[in-house]
Design a protein around this ligand. Sequence first.
Ligand SMILES: [Zn+2]
Length: 329
Amino acid sequence: MTFKADLKARMQCHLLDNYYRCKKVCDRCGAIQPMDSRPHPMTYKNTAKDAPYARTCKDHDAYMAAARHPTPWCAVEGFQFETISFDTMHLIYLGIAKNHVPSCLKILKLWGFYYESSDETNEKFLKRVSIEMKQDCKEHRFLVWLYLPKRVLTLANCGSFGTEDYCELGSRFKAAHIRVMVWWVAFKVRQLTNNTEDQVLRLLAACSYSLAQAQDLMDSAGLILSPHEAAEISRMLRVHLRSTEFLASICWENSIMAFKMRPKHHYVWHIANDVLTSRLNPRLHHVWSDEKFLGCIKKVACRCHGSSVQKRAIERYLVALSGYLAKMA
Ligand SMILES: [Zn+2]
């Protein structure tokens, strides 16, 4: 029905000129990645529904008219440029949520909502957060607690929780772990900031709740969405993007290294648009099973000798597959 892959494969398979490392950051519209801190009208960091780049979105005909090297997939009957989907697993769980989770914790700590004592270090704070996360998930009977990462949050795997660099979860955290963390952060922020009048904390609550809610809606809905479900998922993603944009601006003004805006936020903006027109559940386009398959191949290849790995890995995979199929029969 659609083409699905991560951003790099998307660019390579379709010979796209504009991708996440370019100044023209998007192949679907004219959004720009500014090269300096001056405001730019077409910047992707503007996540409003009617941002200037929204008027430059291309359909299939406009893409075919402008493309220097049209994608080879044009030879496939029924292929449309709009059906090259964005993969939600890489964009949300391994993308924006990697910044979102530690950024929320950092704001809570800086706003004094999470202090056990005033002299608590960042390292102790993160360790306590990890323990609380496991306890909360068990107490509230979230089935997902099984996927919680065994490792605790530390300064090293939160990408410098201090002032030197933007906080970001390390690569050892898998998408399934981050998915649980998104739920827990929304739960904790709501618990701690209930009835607060502080504007930043209210924004933080909206930001974390909307992402967790969009995730819940995608998980619970069928592959073809009703108009109401599609509108709700789109609305939640937009609330998350807009609140993240405001929080990023507040953090920048206060020299807090949190809520970094990334091109992936812009691609989520497109998902929020596409879901309204296509009414396809964005979880249809994620690549959990494909990544799992690569993991299986890697496990087999790691057991082979380096000189014959290309041949042996395939042979051993076929032997394992035949054993699996025989067991299923
Ligand atoms: Zn775009």
